[in-house]
Ligand binder design. Structure first.
Ligand code: PLP
Length: 486
């Protein structure tokens, strides 16, 4: 594909402006003006060429508006465009962050109400909308717990217990919060082993951090037993709620013995994610922890007005202003559009789709923790194909040739050659069937024509990347040498 820079031709214009009939406001410096012989480095192209340039660019990478993106754990579902429009209403998107509260009344009210909805969804009493991502929500949660433990006279508790299936951000945020990570084993069913938890929980336990459903897509069926073990040892329970797409309207973390959890609005609640776009990882917690949430919070006064308020016991501020408010507005609009019943249907359909797809693929791939129905995702193993010389990474690359993004691969770490698949509720039956057919066809290729898989992708604008070089020789700023293979 030729870029607009290559198509540029001197004198070509995208717009035609009328003759200036007023004095020019200021002189453009000669080096920036083509008329004075300056070199701007900008392409000269027609409006049509520009449009095609950007449209083509937008399709070079895979994205969820182009095709299915069954990324396990990181929910990539269709985000209704209506909510984008609502969040862009001038009265919301145009608010200067420093305006007085009374001029931002509508925005503050939406945040307050969103907080109430998130408390209802999670079964908690307190909330902070400030964290900008799931990982920052985790950090916020651990800071709440540390503040609480300190107030209880137990600042020495600094161990964070987590299962070996934990998402990578869990140990990272614990370390950042100056805690020590203690691993807890999973049993043969892929669930936390209560006996191991019992051994690890003790006088230094600050918190047990758990994703439920866990990263194998399995609901921790002995959850109340697990959270009681930790409470009895004097620690608190944190739920990584990034997988809330499985539980909306069905189960609440606050009723499972958790004390705090975060949600990923940019997974479950109508904001696309990836590529460094804005995210939001609100934290909901018990009343005991609520007094420590980051400053400031929105409160509702007796006269019905909303205002920002600083809390005396807050552990501090996490982010400038109110976090990523655009994401908050979208989440509010999404929740209002669907209502309680609609949210429950989201999760029910996410579960049905995952179980349907799992059943379709069961005979073609190893399925190490297949002890009955899964939740919103499931983890296959590419072990059988690896024995033929076709690795999970090859399968992932081959899927791109079939027009699908790969599932999450090599995670969770406890599954060999893992393929973690989450179809989500927004995919149609036809799309899920087509994905299953692609996977089945690749399983066949792995036996009959393995080179098709190991050489993949062949249909993408950029072929297989040198991942070792990318890791060892990481360079994020300098342009790639022209002429070199990507
Ligand atoms: C995505 C995810 C996170 C981290 O969320 P970010 O917004 O990417 O920081 C944490 N835990 C689980 C289980 C996740 O899927």
């Amino acid at each position: 594909m030729k870029t607009v820079f290559e198509l540029s031709s001197p004198g070509r214009m995208g717009v035609s402006l009328p003759e200036l009939d007023v004095p020019a406001a200021s002189e453009i410096p000669a080096e920036l003006s083509r008329e004075s012989g300056g070199e701007t480095g900008l392409p000269e192209a027609t409006e049509g060429q520009i449009l095609r340039h950007y449209l083509n660019l937008s399709t070079m990478n895979h994205h969820v508006d182009k095709g299915m993106y069954p990324l396990g754990s990181c929910t990539m579902k269709y985000n209704p465009k209506l909510h984008e429009d609502l969040a862009r209403i001038r009265g919301l998107s145009g608010i200067h962050p420093l305006v007085p509260d009374k001029l931002a009344a509508g925005s503050l009210e939406l945040m307050y109400r969103l907080g109430e909805f998130l408390c209802e969804i999670t079964g908690f009493k307190g909330v902070s909308l400030q964290p900008a991502a799931g990982a920052q929500g985790e950090f916020c949660g651990i800071m709440l717990i540390k503040s609480y433990l300190e107030s209880r006279g137990e600042p020495h508790r600094n161990e964070v217990l987590m299962p070996d299936s934990a998402h990578g951000t869990n140990p990272a945020t614990s370390t950042l919060a100056d805690c020590v990570v203690v691993g807890v084993k999973s049993n043969e069913y892929g669930l936390v082993d209560p006996e191991d938890l019992m051994r690890k929980a003790g006088p230094n336990t600050a918190v047990f951090m758990l994703t439920n459903p866990n990263t194998l897509g399995l609901f921790e069926s002995r959850i109340e037993e697990l959270t009681s073990i930790v409470h009895e040892a004097g620690g608190l329970n944190y739920m990584d709620g990034a997988n809330m797409n499985a539980l909306l309207g069905i189960a609440k973390p606050g009723e499972m013995g958790f004390d705090v959890c975060h949600l990923n609005l940019h997974k479950t609640f109508a904001t696309p994610h990836g590529g460094g776009g804005p995210g939001s990882g609100p934290v909901a917690c018990t009343e005991e922890l609520a007094r420590f949430v980051p400053d400031p919070v929105v409160i509702r006064e007796d006269d019905g007005n909303y205002r920002l308020c600083r809390k005396q016991d807050s552990f501090g501020r996490l982010l400038a202003f109110q976090g990523n408010t655009g994401v908050l507005y979208k989440a509010y609009a999404y929740i209002r559009t669907l209502g309680a019943e609609g949210l429950r249907e989201v999760s029910e359909n996410a579960l049905i789709n995952a179980n349907y797809l799992k059943a379709k693929l069961r005979d073609y791939f190893d399925n190490p923790f297949d002890n009955g129905p899964c939740m919103h995702e499931f983890v296959l193993s590419g072990d059988r194909q690896a024995k033929q010389g076709v690795k999970t990474l090859d399968i992932a690359k081959r899927l791109l040739d079939y027009g699908f993004h790969a599932p999450t691969v090599y995670f969770p770490l406890i599954v060999h050659e893992a393929l973690m698949i989450e179809p989500t509720e927004t995919e149609s039956l036809e799309d899920i069937d087509a994905f299953a057919e692609a996977m089945i066809s690749i399983a066949g290729e792995a036996i009959e024509k393995p080179y098709l898989v190991t050489d993949a992708p062949v249909n993408t604008p950029v072929l297989r990347l040198d991942e070792v070089k990318a890791v060892k020789d990481l360079c994020l700023v300098e342009p790639v040498d022209k002429g070199e293979d990507p």
